[in-house]
Design a protein around this ligand. Structure first.
Ligand code: SAH
Length: 351
């Protein structure tokens, strides 16, 4: 870090804040007070941190940034109350965050990068490539700002917005540790799912982090031939290697793996595909989420018909695979990730 660069305070761990307080000639307990203002009380400004001496607050304001996001646009679903936020980052880039209401509580879907470089050919988020990775504080603020905006607590989190979380590994791990810190927001690790297109080397790393989170794999095809065509990452790490990493994740963490499978008409939705998928998952402790693909204008894919979706799910069930068709939320506000940001970047009118 160069000398003029400000410290990203909200991305710092408690031990790092302790070091900072020592550098500033402050007693160690100030670090705990500061951590609480940042992550437990989630203060919007240094002025709110009233138990810190005024001189320290001034010094912090000079040397550090207090990351905040600006709401550019908010869409609320009339069907189910799903809320989609388009947030502006300090450098002018924008990202999407989606708040969903389920029977079991409120779930938040956050972005981990501005854009994405994975190139999945059914996905809107990757169309413009990767712009940059998000910092831990920018991921935290998607939670904190949405809680401020919506006025309700978030009970669970999915890393399924824009970006590939394992392509921003260190920042994502730091973010998860800060968000689950009992002295901060204190979200339970068991209420977090991380979704990946399959960066195999990082799945092995993640298993060793001792985080009790759920790993969600974007599989979307039952064989290498189809997956090579729709998901370029498969050419680097084919399905067999991905499955080996998933088995290792389960063995190390004891956490059931979740597989995402977007059904695309005529591409991956035949009964034969369902049988291949069942073979692939044979003996694995897992759950399959079937998702009717969300059509993206630039991609020209259609979602599978209702009868085909039903038959696919039934075939899996008959072959002993635990599978459900995901209930769609926010269907009227284009809740699928990446589409709102894209409209905004292209200067199109937002609904
Ligand atoms: N990069 C990560 C997380 C972000 S995408 C990953 O690949 O898992 C979140 C989920 O939405 C992934 O399962 C992704 O494959 C899926 N997805 C992307 N575009 C989609 C579309 N048009 N319809 C349905 N699901 C889509």
């Amino acid at each position: 870090m160069n000398a003029t660069e400000k410290l990203d305070l909200k991305s710092m761990t408690l031990p790092e804040l302790k070091e900072l307080m020592a550098d500033l000639g402050q007693p160690a307990f100030r670090a705990g007070q500061l951590f609480s203002w940042l992550h437990e009380k989630r203060a919007g400004s240094f002025d709110e941190m009233t138990n810190l001496p005024a001189a320290l607050r001034r010094e912090l304001a000079e040397r550090c940034t207090l990351t905040r996001l600006t709401v550019l646009h908010e869409l609320v679903s009339r069907l189910d109350g799903t809320r989609k936020y388009l947030y502006r980052l300090a450098d002018g880039n924008c990202i999407e965050t989606v708040l969903m209401h389920y029977h079991h509580g409120t779930s938040l879907c956050i972005s981990t990068q501005v854009g994405c470089r994975m190139g999945c050919n059914f996905c809107a988020s990757t169309l413009g490539g990767l712009v940059r990775c998000l910092t831990p504080s920018e991921m935290l603020e998607q939670v904190y700002e949405t809680v401020r905006q919506a006025g309700e607590r978030v009970d669970s989190l999915v890393l399924m917005g824009i970006g590939e979380p394992l392509d921003n590994y260190d920042n994502v791990i730091r973010f998860l540790r800060l968000l689950t810190d009992p002295k901060g927001y204190n979200l339970g690790q068991r209420h977090i799912s991380l979704s990946t297109c399959g960066l195999v080397d990082r799945i092995y790393d993640l298993a060793k982090e001792d985080l009790g989170i759920t790993l969600s794999i974007s599989l979307h095809a039952p064989d290498n031939e189809t997956r090579n065509r729709t998901m370029p990452v498969n050419r680097r790490w084919p399905i067999e290697e991905l499955m080996r990493a998933c088995r290792d994740y389960f063995k190390t963490t004891g956490r059931r793996i979740s597989f995402e499978y977007a059904l695309i008409k005529g591409v991956n939705d035949s009964p034969e595909d369902a049988r291949k998928l069942a073979d692939l998952l044979d003996g694995m402790v897992c759950h399959v989420n079937l998702i009717p693909v969300n059509p993206v204008k630039e991609r020209g894919y259609d979602r599978s018909g209702a009868a085909d979706i039903h038959r696919f799910a039934e075939t899996l069930g008959r072959l002993g695979v635990n599978a459900t068709v995901r209930r769609e939320l926010g269907g009227d506000i284009d809740a699928a990730c990446g589409q709102l940001r894209r409209q905004y970047e292209k200067g199109e009118a937002l609904a």
